[in-house]
Design a protein around this ligand. Structure first.
Ligand code: SF4
Length: 62
């Protein structure tokens, strides 16, 4: 699994930051995600972040 942020959708709510190993807020106040494959142990946390994002801005590539 990899994730990217749809920058047209992200509104910087920060709900994804519960999974801080993967998501951060950049200086502009929008989310960034690591570009590496998600480690297996973080996949459940990433799925929670995807579900929590109110803008459906987290794009998952399986
Ligand atoms: S929860 Fe969604 S809208 Fe909010 S910062 Fe994260 S990716 Fe952006």
């Amino acid at each position: 699994m990899k994730v990217t942020i749809d920058t047209d959708r992200c509104r910087g709510h920060g709900a994804c930051l519960s999974c801080f190993e993967v998501f951060t807020l950049n200086p502009d106040g929008y989310a960034d995600a690591i570009s590496d494959p998600i480690p297996d142990e973080l996949v459940p946390d990433v799925r929670e972040a995807v579900a929590a994002c109110p803008e459906q801005a987290i794009v998952v590539v399986e």
